[in-house]
Design a protein around this ligand. Structure first.
Ligand code: GLN
Length: 495
């Protein structure tokens, strides 16, 4: 029999709802497992120990009174630290938000609570979700549960490591250019970027508003589907959130993909993949074929411009969104004699002290790209190329029901390996940025391990709002790959 912390989301909720296991016991098991692995992986910025216990007790009392707490009854979840939870601190892993306490709760989090979830804590991230390794956190470096010398991926590295390491069966991150999918890939779990507008962004700290989406991280596809099911749907508090009703993602998830057309993007430069990832990629395609999909070739020539477009558009939006952190309205204010004699100095001093180097680089890049002399040359141009990519993807979806790529061009890389080379770091996003820029749903599903024992992942993209088909394909790959999350914590002897 599995230990309680190993149970899937579905199993936890089923057992808690049927009174087989009290939510209090599930929470204790999650806290105990977390106490065991957290010293190795540093996934959390804060663990809500007492609150989680109280909440689990409350769920058990409701069940005893004959109520149904919902589809996530007693399920422990980890939240990226850019999701507001009323009464709790929120930092975005940045010093500039030191001391900030959330005055309200994000819609997605409200829905998790209404479904009976137990929040275990705030998980680490790259500062303001800018990064692909989780090394840009101002507070700590999260480690990959498969190999402690490697990054877990970013920017949602904290929740990804928490899920992969067995602390919680379900985590939530935000994905602006790949930040749920890429850490899912490097940590060997499932990670989803829903269609833009499928999930409310209300209460998610904005990075690039035209691409930000909240998405679940889980150890299997069905659990990820359940996680999305709970948070998806219309929200009057976010004007970009779609009014479309949400499909039942589990209803047809086991139906397989026999006869579906899966498009392989011809323009993927397999030579640009690490050897391990090239092999993982071929293996992933093999799983799709074995599941009965028909593989067709499609062409998306502007794929190689995706990273360039993304880093113009995302930094431009970030430069505007992050202007609100001025040392007056939120969090940290510069103090000290002579630092701030007037308002402008106060802004400069607070922002200089509060933001880390990557965030400053993005703000400067974005401000430059939007400046009057360069707006057309950079931002305008990026928007133009984006329209071309959108047309190419539309055409590809006329030939295929789904598109596939590797999720990441490499397996998990070493801590510090790319830290001094922002461009190398940005190139981690080559496969994830197209769906971000165009709004398409894109999911990362594990396919196996490379020769070094590091996870490999396939990215499956669908048509707008066709999450249900993407889930079916991910589930089919998962069945073929016979994947089980069993991290090795390599390096624990040394560390
Ligand atoms: N790695 C990308 C970046 O640094 C994506 C980040 C994200 O999706 N939040 O911008």
């Amino acid at each position: 029999m599995s230990e309680l912390w190993e149970l899937s989301v579905e199993d936890v909720a089923r057992r808690v709802r049927s009174r087989e296991v009290p939510a209090a016991e599930v929470t204790e098991a999650a806290l105990a497992r977390t106490a065991q692995v957290e010293p190795l992986i540093s996934a959390y910025l804060e663990i809500f120990t007492e609150e989680a216990r109280q909440r689990a007790g409350g769920i058990d009392r409701r069940i005893a009174a004959g109520e149904d707490p919902g589809p996530l009854a007693g399920v422990p979840v980890a939240l990226k630290d850019n999701l507001n939870v009323a009464g709790h601190r929120l930092t975005c892993a940045s010093r500039i938000l030191e001391g900030y306490v959330a005055p309200y709760t994000a819609t997605a989090v409200e829905r998790l609570l209404a479904a009976g979830a137990v929040i275990l804590g705030r998980a680490n991230m790259d500062e303001f979700a800018m990064g692909s390794s989780c090394e840009n956190s101002a507070f700590q470096t999260t480690r990959n549960p498969w190999d402690l010398s490697k990054v877990p991926g970013g920017s949602s590295g904290g929740p990804a490591a928490a899920v992969a390491g067995g602390s919680v069966p379900l985590g939530f991150g935000s994905d602006t250019g790949g930040s749920v999918r890429q850490p899912a890939a490097l940590s060997g779990i499932v990670g989803l970027k829903p269609t833009y507008g499928r999930v409310s962004r209300y209460g998610l700290v904005a990075f690039a508003s035209s691409t930000d989406q909240i998405g679940p991280l889980a150890r299997n596809v069905r659990d990820a589907a359940l996680g999305l099911q709970v948070i998806a749907g219309p929200d009057p508090r976010d004007a970009t959130c779609s009014d479309r009703p949400v499909e039942d993602y589990l209803a047809r998830i086991e139906e397989g993909i026999s006869g579906l057309k899966v498009g392989v993007i011809r323009d993927i430069d397999v030579a640009g993949l690490s050897l391990a990832s090239a092999r993982g990629w071929r293996e992933g395609l093999g799983f799709l074929e074995r599941a009965g999909a028909e593989i067709v070739e499609v062409s998306v020539p502007s794929l190689d411009a995706a990273v360039a477009m993304y880093y113009v558009i995302a930094t431009s939006e970030a430069s505007a969104n992050l202007a609100r952190f001025d040392g007056v309205r939120y969090g940290r204010r510069a103090s000290g004699k002579g630092r701030a004699d007037n308002l402008a100095d106060l802004y400069v001093a607070s922002r200089s002290e509060g933001f880390g180097p990557e965030v400053k680089r993005r703000i400067m890049l974005g401000t430059f790209a939007l400046s009057s002399g360069y707006y057309e040359a950079y931002y305008g141009r990026a928007r133009g190329v984006l329209e071309r990519m959108r047309r190419e993807l539309d055409a590809a979806f006329e030939q295929a029901d789904l598109l596939v790529t590797p999720t990441s061009p490499t397996s998990a890389f070493g801590i510090g390996e790319k830290a001094d080379d922002p461009l190398a770091m940005y190139l981690s996003d080559i496969f994830t940025t197209p769906a971000s820029l165009t709004g398409l749903p894109a999911f990362a599903v594990p396919t196996g391990l490379d020769d070094d024992g590091l996870p490999q992942s396939l990215q499956i993209m669908g048509r707008m709002f066709d999450e249900a088909t993407v889930f079916r394909a991910c589930r089919a790959v998962e069945r073929e790959a016979a994947w089980r999350v069993a991290p090795t914590f390599r390096g624990v002897e040394a560390g």
